[in-house]
Design a protein around this ligand. Structure first.
Ligand code: CA
Length: 226
């Protein structure tokens, strides 16, 4: 699998390349935005780690020019956690977001997770972990029935419909409530907390709903590699 690291900070790029190669990936590095766009248009890799702030052309402009013709997985890397919320709202079509400073180990795990999700053929062969019955509000995880409130059901349905995608609290409010007048984003946190407890009871030993601090939540059905 080929991973392209688009990053103008050479120290960071060099650490990432080391970790990715050690994990068995073919990793390449480009430091300039325009060169990266040219390369991505000519020969997209299996996954790109795309820094937002770049010389030449920034990561968001690169992603805008690539999508929607190109759907290869892209993980956006940002230096500011406050920026994540704005990025999510832009609906750029990134597959995941990583905030600096990061641990290279975590980056490799996220690269693996995104690559796994982007191979639908392999996923389809496996038994679906989560089954939702929209008619009767029934839900089961790994064959275990889940007893969910309607609110929890709708939140889980919204998350699972685009599993792996990170949703902000505001987006989840819109998706799970007909009328968002009387509810605030804290309500989402409390429903997610309950959902996590119920999911953990049915499928223990792993985190089904990933949270990004201060930003939002994603449903992650793919098991992490041991
Ligand atoms: Ca940068």
């Amino acid at each position: 699998m080929r991973v392209l690291v688009v990053e103008d900070e050479h120290d960071i790029a060099s650490v990432l390349l080391d970790y990715l190669r050690h994990a068995g990936f073919e990793a390449e590095h480009i430091a300039d935005g325009r060169a990266a766009l040219a390369r991505l248009q000519a020969d997209p890799p299996d996954l790109t780690l795309l820094d937002v702030m770049l010389p030449g052309l920034d990561g968001l402009s690169i992603l805008r020019r690539l999508r929607p013709h190109d759907s290869h997985p892209v993980i956006l890397v940002t230096a500011r956690v406050e920026e994540l919320d704005r990025l999510l709202g832009l609906e750029l079509g990134a597959d995941d977001y990583i905030c600096k400073p990061f641990s290279p180990r975590e980056v490799v795990a996220r690269v693996r997770a995104v690559l796994r999700r982007s191979r639908p053929a392999a996923d389809a062969a496996a038994r679906p972990a989560l089954v939702l019955g929209a008619q009767d509000w029934s839900a089961s995880l790994l064959g275990q029935p889940l007893s969910l409130t309607r609110r929890e059901f709708r939140l889980l349905q919204a998350l699972a419909r685009q599993s792996g995608r990170l949703f902000s609290r505001a987006q989840l409010l819109d998706l799970a409530y007909e009328d968002t007048q009387d509810v605030n984003e804290r309500a989402v946190d409390s429903h997610i907390k309950n959902l996590r407890r119920k999911l953990a009871a049915a499928g223990p030993g792993r985190e089904w709903i990933r949270s990004v601090y201060g930003v939002g939540f994603a449903f992650d059905p793919a098991p992490e590699p041991g």
